[in-house]
Ligand binder design. Structure first.
Ligand SMILES: NC(=O)c1ccc[n+]([C@@H]2O[C@H](COP(=O)([O-])OP(=O)(O)OC[C@H]3O[C@@H](n4cnc5c(N)ncnc54)[C@H](O)[C@@H]3O)[C@@H](O)[C@H]2O)c1
Ligand SMILES: O=P(O)(O)OC[C@H](O)CO
Length: 329
C-alpha cells in the first residue's frame, strides 16, 4: 500500500482519489475550500464538485498542502491556471524525488507554457509525470472502465507509478512522451468548444466529423512543432480525449460551445458555472503558443476570436469555410 496525495478536490481530483483508493492505497485529498474538506471527512461526499457520489470513508481530506508532501505519489489536480501558485505553496514541503503527476489539462495564460514547464520552473526538483486521457470524472468515480496515459521521462518509472494508482477499472498505459501527453489534453478542450458550437448552431453531424478531423490535424501540427511524438497525439491523451470531449454533453467545454452556438452569451454561461471550463483560457494561450512556433491553427484561432474578441460565430464559420482549398495535411 502506498500513500497517494491528491491536490485539488474538484470533480477530477475526487474521482482520482476514488481510483487510487480502489487500487489499494491510503489516500489524502487536499481541498482548496474548507467546506469541501469538511464534507469529505464528515459525510464522505463532495456535493460541491462531484454530487451524487459516495466516497470511500477511508479517503481523508485536508486543506493544508504541506500534509500531502509526505505521500509517495502526488497528483496535481488544480486547474491549469492555478498550478503555478499551487507549486509555489507546495515548494517548502515538497520532497525531492516524489513523483508529481499533472492531471490538469491546459496551457498557462500569461506565459504560454505547458504544465511541465511551469512545474520545472517552480519545483525544479520534481519528478514530473503527466496523467491524461479520455476520462470523465463521474465515470471514473463510479468505477466504470477507463484508460489513460501516464508519461514520465523514464518509462520504467512510469510503469512503476502506473502500478501504484492503476487498476483493472482504471487502466494506465505508460509513455515517455511528457510533451505529447500534455498537448492533446490542452488543445482538445478548445476544439471541444468549437465542436459544441457546430452542434449548437445545428450545422449537422458531417460538419462535426469534419471539424474533429481537421482539429486533430492542427493538434498534431502543434504537438510535433513542440517536440511530441505523433503516436502519443494519436493515442489516449490525444485523439482518444478529443473524440470523447467533442461528442458528449458531459463535457463542460462541449456544452459551453453548444450554449454559445444557441446564442447564449459567454458571461451568462460562466456566471452559473462553478466548474472550470479550461478551453476558455487555453483558447488564448494555445494561439500564443502556436504563434511562437509558427503553427497554423485556424479552428483554435476562430474559437479565440469568438471567446475573447467578441467575433460573431456565423461570420467566423463563414470565414473558415471560404478559405481556399488545400492539400489534406
Ligand atoms: N472533471 C473531469 O472530468 C476531468 C477529467 C480529466 C481532467 N480534468 C482536468 O482536471 C483539472 C481540474 O478540473 P476539475 O474538473 O477537477 O475541477 P472542477 O471544475 O470540478 O472544480 C474546480 C476546481 O478549482 C479549484 N480552485 C478554485 N479556485 C482555486 C484557487 N484559487 N486555487 C486552487 N484551486 C482552485 C477548486 O478547488 C476545484 O478543485 C482541469 O484542468 C480539468 O481539465 C477534469
Ligand atoms: O468536461 P471537460 O470538457 O473539462 O472534459 C473532461 C475531461 O477532460 C475529459 O477527458
Amino acid at each position: 500500500m502506498a500513500r497517494v496525495g491528491v491536490i485539488g478536490a474538484g470533480a477530477w481530483g475526487t474521482a482520482l482519489a476514488c481510483a487510487a483508493r480502489r487500487a489499494g492505497n491510503e489516500v489524502l485529498l487536499q481541498a482548496h475550500e474548507a467546506e469541501v474538506a469538511e464534507n469529505i471527512n464528515r459525510t464522505h461526499a463532495n456535493p460541491t464538485f462531484l454530487p451524487n457520489t459516495n466516497l470511500d470513508p477511508n479517503i481523508t481530506a485536508t486543506q493544508e498542502l504541506c500534509d500531502v508532501a509526505d505521500c509517495d505519489v502526488i497528483l496535481m489536480v488544480a486547474p491549469a491556471q492555478y498550478v503555478r501558485a499551487t507549486c509555489q505553496s507546495l515548494k517548502a514541503s515538497y520532497k525531492k524525488g516524489t513523483p508529481l503527476l499533472v492531471c490538469a489539462k491546459g496551457i498557462e495564460l500569461d506565459s504560454g507554457q505547458i504544465m511541465s514547464e511551469v512545474i520545472a520552473q517552480e519545483l525544479p526538483e520534481a519528478e514530473i509525470g503527466i496523467l491524461s486521457g479520455p476520462t470523465f470524472a463521474i465515470e471514473v468515480a463510479n468505477a466504470l472502465p477507463s484508460a489513460c496515459t501516464l508519461a514520465m521521462g523514464d518509462m520504467q518509472r512510469a510503469m512503476e507509478v502506473a502500478n501504484i494508482i492503476g487498476s483493472n477499472r482504471f487502466r494506465i498505459y505508460a509513455s515517455d512522451d511528457v510533451i505529447g501527453a500534455q498537448i492533446g489534453g490542452a488543445v482538445k478542450n478548445v476544439l471541444a468548444i468549437a465542436s459544441g458550437m457546430v452542434s449548437g448552431k445545428g450545422f449537422g453531424d458531417n460538419a462535426r466529423a469534419a471539424l474533429i478531423t481537421r482539429g486533430i490535424a492542427e493538434l498534431a501540427r502543434l504537438g510535433v512543432a513542440k517536440g511530441a511524438k505523433t503516436e502519443t497525439l494519436m493515442g489516449l491523451s490525444g485523439m482518444g480525449d478529443l473524440t470523447l470531449t467533442c461528442n458528449s454533453m458531459q463535457s463542460r467545454n462541449f456544452s459551453l460551445g453548444v450554449a454559445l452556438g444557441q446564442g447564449e452569451a459567454l458571461e451568462d454561461i460562466l456566471k452559473v458555472r462553478k466548474a472550470v471550463t479550461e478551453g476558455v483560457f487555453t483558447a488564448r494561450s494555445v494561439c500564443k503558443l502556436a504563434d511562437s512556433l509558427q503553427v497554423d491553427m485556424p479552428i483554435c484561432a476562430a474559437v479565440n476570436k469568438i471567446l475573447n474578441e467578441g467575433a460573431d460565430i456565423t461570420k467566423v464559420v463563414d470565414g473558415l469555410l471560404a478559405r481556399p482549398f488545400k492539400e489534406e495535411i
